[in-house]
Structure formats: C-alpha cells, structure tokens
Design a protein around this ligand. Structure first.
Ligand SMILES: CC(C)(COP(=O)(O)OP(=O)(O)OC[C@H]1O[C@@H](n2cnc3c(N)ncnc32)[C@H](O)[C@@H]1OP(=O)(O)O)[C@@H](O)C(=O)NCCC(=O)NCCS
Length: 197
C-alpha cells in the first residue's frame, strides 16, 4: 500500500449526495449497524453472516476502524440526512494502484430498499474513484440471483463482462459471480451526454 492509499483511507473524506452523507464508520454506529445487519435477508447474498447480537456489530466496527488506522481500503457509512441514521455501508474493498482499478461493495438496511439510495451513493463513490483515486476501471460483482445489486450496477452505467464461475467460497459453498465494470472513458461519455440534456 502506497503512502497515498494509506492517507486516503486513514482520512476517508465525507461525500454528499442530495439525500445521503457518506462518512467514516465509528463504534457509535453499533446500534444502527445491528438494526439492519441482524436481518438474515440483508446478509443472504454477502460474505458476512447476519449479526446475532450487538457484539457482532461492535466487532465489525472495531475491525473497520482498525483498517482506517492502517490505511486499508474500507467502506463509508451511509447516513440518511433526514433522520441522521446510519442505513448501510458502501466503499472500495480493493484498490490496485498498479492497475488503477478498484472494486466496490455495498449493503443497505432493508427498510430503505428500492428507493434509489444505493444507486445514489454508488454513483458518488464512482465519481470519487475516477476524480480522486486516479482509477481507470471500477468493478463490482454479485451473485446470480442478486437482481437488486445488479440493477444498482446498471443504473450507475456499468457493463456486464461475464460470469466468473465458482469465484467465491462463502458460507460453506461455491458461488458463481456476475462481473460488472465501468471505465473512466465510458463514465466521462455518460456524464457529457447527461450534461447536454
Ligand atoms: C443490493 C442493495 C444494496 C440495493 O439497494 P437499494 O438501495 O435498494 O438499490 P436501488 O434502490 O438503488 O436500486 C435497486 C433496483 O433494483 C430493483 N429491484 C429490487 N429487487 C428486484 C428484483 N427482485 N427483481 C428486479 N428488480 C429488483 C429495484 O426496483 C431498483 O430498480 P429501479 O430503481 O429501476 O426501480 C440492497 O438490496 C441490499 O442491501 N441487499 C443486501 C446486501 C447485498 O446484497 N449487497 C450487495 C452484494 S453484491
């Protein structure tokens, strides 16, 4: 990890969208994390197990806050501006400086699904990646049946690249994953078209 990456994740900046604020997670978020991460449905398509009790959420937040200290790629917390509640996480969990590529993951509280929140946050995280992390390529993956996640990728302009067979071993079994990506040049084209509208 270079000095730049170290500094970035150590001092992860606050990002703003019309309805959301993305900021570093802290141990004070344990209650909100537990509220959504304790639902088996939210954890169905991700690598982590649903949280059985609040100490699972505290453990998760200790892990992430330690990663910030070490400058390791880590997520932002997604804050709903209207009620100041933490409703999910999103961020780069892979950043290859040599290849100028990054991979993003996200999860949102079920209460807030299907209202465009993750797409709103993801588009901002993409913008940040291309404008401040010098990325040329941003990737995201999802399990074959995770239609909502795939929709988020499509709404942010990503292109389907294919299915990676048995790419993930999680919760005792192998999973095929759909691979989506967005190149900086394509993102710039999308932006210039929407600016002309
Ligand atoms: C995936 C997830 C983050 C999406 O968050 P979200 O805020 O609901 O996403 P958005 O509202 O921005 O977009 C979801 C889109 O999927 C659509 N959708 C949701 N479920 C769907 C389904 N079963 N079939 C078809 N479309 C579906 C929604 O209608 C919406 O599209 P629209 O805006 O065109 O109507 C959320 O479902 C989640 O947290 N899931 C559990 C964790 C997870 O799977 N994370 C991703 C791991 S790859």
């Amino acid at each position: 990890m270079t000095e730049r990456a170290y500094e970035l994740f150590k001092n992860l900046p606050v990002l703003e969208t019309p309805r959301l604020r993305l900021r570093k997670l802290s141990l004070r978020d344990a209650g909100d994390v537990f509220e959504y991460a304790s639902l088996p449905e939210v954890a169905q398509h991700v690598t982590w197990e649903y949280h059985r009790n609040i100490s699972d959420s505290v453990h998760y937040l200790r892990f992430i806050t330690q990663q910030y200290i070490e400058g390791i790629p880590s997520p932002w917390g997604i804050i709903h501006k209207e009620n100041a509640k933490l409703i999910g996480t999103i961020g780069y969990h892979v950043w290859s400086i040599a290849n100028r590529s990054g991979e993003v993951g996200y999860a949102l509280s079920k209460e807030y699904w299907n209202q465009g929140y993750t797409s709103e946050a993801f588009c901002e995280v993409i913008k940040y990646g291309f404008e401040h992390m010098m990325l040329e390529r941003i990737e995201a993956t999802c399990k074959l049946l995770n239609t909502a996640s795939e929709k988020v990728m499509l709404k942010c302009g990503m292109q389907f690249e294919g299915i990676m067979r048995k790419k993930l071993f999680a919760k005792g079994e192998y999973h095929d994953l759909k691979l989506y990506s967005l190149l900086k040049e394509d993102w710039e084209k999308i932006n210039s078209i929407s600016a002309r509208k």
